[in-house]
Design a protein. Sequence first.
Length: 540
Amino acid sequence: MMDNLGELETALWSLEPPKWNESCMGPVDWTRAKRGQKLFQASCQGCHGPFPADENIKEWFAYLKTAGYKDYVIESWQQFLDKAYGEKHQQPPAPLPAGETPIGVQLTPQESLDITGTNEPPGLFSPLPVNGSTAEPGEQQPTSSFGFVPLLPAGSHEEHQEEQAGRRALGTPPPTNYGPAPQIPKDYDFPLWIMKAKTVEDVGTDPTAAVNFVDKQIDLTKLGLNTNVAIAGMRTLLEEDLSGETDAYAKEVLRMSGNESKEPTTPCQNAAGKVVTCRVVIRQLTAKMRNDLRKAALDVVNACQNKTAPASYNCSNPELQAAMAQFQNDVFSGPEQVNNEVSSLDLTKLNTGIALRLIVFRARRRFYAQRRYTEPERDQMNGFGELDVPIPLPQYKPRPLAGIWAAGPFLHNGSVPTIYQLLLPVDQRDKKFFVGTREFDPVNLGLSTQPTGRGGFWLDTSITGNSNAGHEFRKGTLVKGEGTLPRYGVIGPEWSEQDRRDIIEYLKIHRDEHKKDFSKDPEGYLREGLDTRNLCTEEK
């Protein structure tokens, strides 16, 4: 039901992290919070960010978040909200022509059930015979190019059609809400945050989930997977991603070194209809433009490395150095890395990450083909045009922390009950605690760990998968001669009790995005994290 998934994702665009309500959960100690903000910035922000990507990286990774597509995406979002809220003063939408929907064309019930009537070329899965088929010898049996038999539940074909017809049709509005729909500001910016994943060795938390995702093996040949087509498809996906990444970092090198004028441009019309010069986005680069772009970036890299670059390049800038290193890796090592990854694919022994993505990728393409979605519609359903590239590594992603106080218990496996305990050395954390209460602890930031008699269970951190180790602040952070943080789960020095309380006070009102500058207006900056709109009501 991918259309439903698409609607859920669009609905989540309007979801914001909760804000601290002083009337509900207690007043904020602003003196402590100011000290905590500085501690957070020095010790936590390096992993948790957020790390906003600029337009060049957006072009590669999620092009619908770039400025040129903003109006299109905002309009789509607003239409979704208007339909979901169903404002009373709105006129009912005019009925669509038979068989059509706002995105694509609805198949007939017969087409939806049989999924055999498309002109799509054979895909990743080779056809399988229908179990119990009544086809005559030599007659082509009905199959899906997805490779799975379109099985029906018990009952007649007509009964199943009636059951399908009873569901909400694709594109029809969901049950309405009360009140007017929120209006999306026309200047809304769609941020793209880079998540800097940490290996299980670095963060030191329970490795079971990450390692299983990489080490568990799945045999996809049992699904009738066409090996040659699957490998070719994976190569195409990886090469497209590498090409986009290479061009993105080439643009980054030019931007950071002050050479943006060397980016490809093309004549275009502005809103007033006047012909102006526009930069060419990655998706629209010709082969010659791509070669010229990469050559210009390599010229900057060589000039910096040979110390022949003018001072204006600012070659010592760490961000420029990082962009040059990534660009060089993509150009000189990227193709070989793709070859190695593709040549190592064994469809009888795929890890969970790659196996799931192969199946979902194929199912999604099949769904789009059935509904005859256009490329822009597919890209929007995919999530801002994001490429779904497998990255099967044993690692965890440190999340942005706005509203983290409401997300306990903590760590990826829920093995630490409060933020206060998360700031302690591991040997001072609870080894066993009760899970399932709804009582919030506003002092230590987490849920109560005491049984209430209304259900729940005891979580034992000694069980495999439940370890509460890692993400630790304690003495002995650095190992002489072995580099810097993080070091096998010890990610910072041991806090004093005051430091822990200051961090906790700040995390109550931490936001990932701010309109105010902390250095100029620290109190206004901090108060952006307060909920001043909602009244606190006691649960009956």
